[in-house]
Design a protein around this ligand. Structure first.
Ligand code: NAG
Ligand code: NAG
Ligand code: NAG
Ligand code: NAG
Ligand code: NAG
Ligand code: NAG
Length: 200
């Protein structure tokens, strides 16, 4: 099995400073009448397959049955906030996830806000700044080939860098790979090696 490193790739390349949001103040004022535990919990997002993103959350423990949540995100202070393009609902139709396509500028820190409405109580909002490159789930390395020569008892494994959204060039020196060699019959691991590759 080949695995690319799970750490954010070359994150030291980007030092990003979150911006303060004008509409946060307004929301803070509105928030005073809302009930504790009505905001979403366990909000998280993942970027996968280069430009897709899923965000998921759980309904707040004190959120009334009729609560509807809405996700907004904002790339930068200069841009307008945009609403989730595609909600995913639970069995009762409450929004519990959002899927995005064509996510660009993965170097950015993005502001996420989940607010909600209900006829029974005010719903607290939840917000978070996320560095998109830190939540990217990398694609596997490409074109893996193994060729073994019997006479020299040697095998050669080759692959190409995985595609990655936020790096220019080929990511030379940025990836850590792991090769896990197992006995096919017993599934016992024979050898495991981890290494960084820097070609040329
Ligand atoms: C959020 O996650 C924690 C830890 O997994 C869990 O204990 C908690 O119940 C979750 N919250 C909700 C509302 O499900
Ligand atoms: C990744 O996205 C491309 C389109 O950009 C699509 O053709 C491909 O099927 C996707 N792969 C996976 C594993 O979802
Ligand atoms: C993203 O959400 C879609 C739709 O719910 C789902 O099919 C897919 O498995 C999710 N992908 C990840 C990486 O969570
Ligand atoms: C949620 O926030 C968005 C963006 O600020 C705002 O346009 C919308 O009216 C808010 N919705 C609720 C229910 O508070
Ligand atoms: C609140 O009640 C009104 C009128 O009955 C309804 O149209 C609306 O959908 C309700 N809102 C929610 C969040 O259930
Ligand atoms: C992977 O191999 C296929 C078939 O040999 C080739 O068409 C493709 O260009 C290769 N991909 C890369 C990234 O080299």
């Amino acid at each position: 099995m080949l695995k690319s490193g799970s750490d954010p790739v070359c994150t030291e390349l980007y030092l990003l400073v979150p911006v303060v949001h004008p509409f946060l103040l307004l929301l803070l004022l509105l928030d005073q009448t809302s009930m504790n535990g009505t905001s979403v919990e366990n909000f998280s997002c993942v970027i996968y397959n280069i430009s897709f993103m899923n965000c998921t959350w759980e309904v707040g423990r004190n959120a009334p049955e009729d609560t509807r949540y809405f996700l907004f995100w904002q790339y930068s202070k200069e841009e307008d906030e945009q609403e989730c393009p595609h909600y995913i609902g639970d069995a009762t139709g409450r929004h519990i996830a959002c899927s995005f396509q064509d996510v660009k500028n993965i170097k950015n820190t993005v502001y996420f806000l989940v607010n909600g409405s209900s006829n029974e109580s005010e719903i607290q909002f939840y917000d978070e700044y996320i560095n998109l490159y830190e939540i990217e789930k990398l694609t596997p390395p490409l074109n893996i080939t193994v060729s073994c020569s019997e006479d020299r008892a040697e095998c050669r494994v080759r692959w190409k860098w995985p595609q990655i959204s936020h790096l220019e060039g080929n990511g030379d020196g940025c990836f850590e790979y792991q090769i896990d060699i197992r006995n096919k019959k017993t599934n016992v691991m024979l050898h495991l090696c981890t290494f960084n590759i820097r070609l040329k």
